[in-house]
Design a protein around this ligand. Sequence first.
Ligand code: ADP
Ligand code: MG
Length: 241
Amino acid sequence: MTGAPTHAGALVELRAVTVVYPDGTVGLSEADFRLDAGELVVVSGPSGAGKSTLLAAISGRLPASVGSVLLDGAEAASMGAAELAAWRRSTAFVAQGAPMLERRTVAENVAYAVEIARPDVHDCRSVAQDVLEGLGIGETGDRRPSELSGGQRQRAALAQALAKAPVALFVDEPTANLDPRTAAQVVAVIASHCQDRMACVVASHHDAQFALSSARRLWVSDGRLGAVPSRSYETLTDVGP
Ligand code: ADP
Ligand code: MG
């Protein structure tokens, strides 16, 4: 760390960050980015453009090869393991196909996340149930994760993340397996949580729903982060497998 934070208020900042994978593939190229508390940011772009890489970098889960990642004002590369772990615990990351513990029910999985992240909460089960209901899957609480449909599992993983009341939520393709109506519901739940100061960055390769919400929108193409091109959102986002 280099003393006092230079950008008071920014939860995350990337300064000219390039991420190169061990095999030499460039996942992200000279990206500048800033995330403030309570902001909802949607990052779109074709498959393979660098959306997941960006999420991994801004959530402190993947180091920059070049440039600086600042987490709550602290240089990630200079943070110790405990400090980095504490940052990660205060945030939540929902990867595509995020796993849940099969030996617990869905509600137990979510309640467990609350128990770990929020020691002040006494009735973890009721918090878990509320979040599941907000996402339209209240009836799945007593089932095992393997008994859910793809879309339900995706929402259960999101419930687990939201129930932690993170300072920042990073979600990779949250509506990929959902019908338009359910996708809209999930978007609304994410957006409403953002209003409670939780910042959220969503990566999505085909998200007309997110285009309609109040989100700040960014575009990634070939690892380069920028503004969304002026051409039709859906036309552009339908690129890729
Ligand atoms: P998106 O999420 O937009 O589909 P990614 O961030 O997953 O894109 O990938 C960006 C680029 O980095 C792609 O060329 C992809 O093949 C590559 N990439 C992603 N993960 C790895 C990895 N673990 N090792 C090597 N290359 C990777
Ligand atoms: Mg991806």
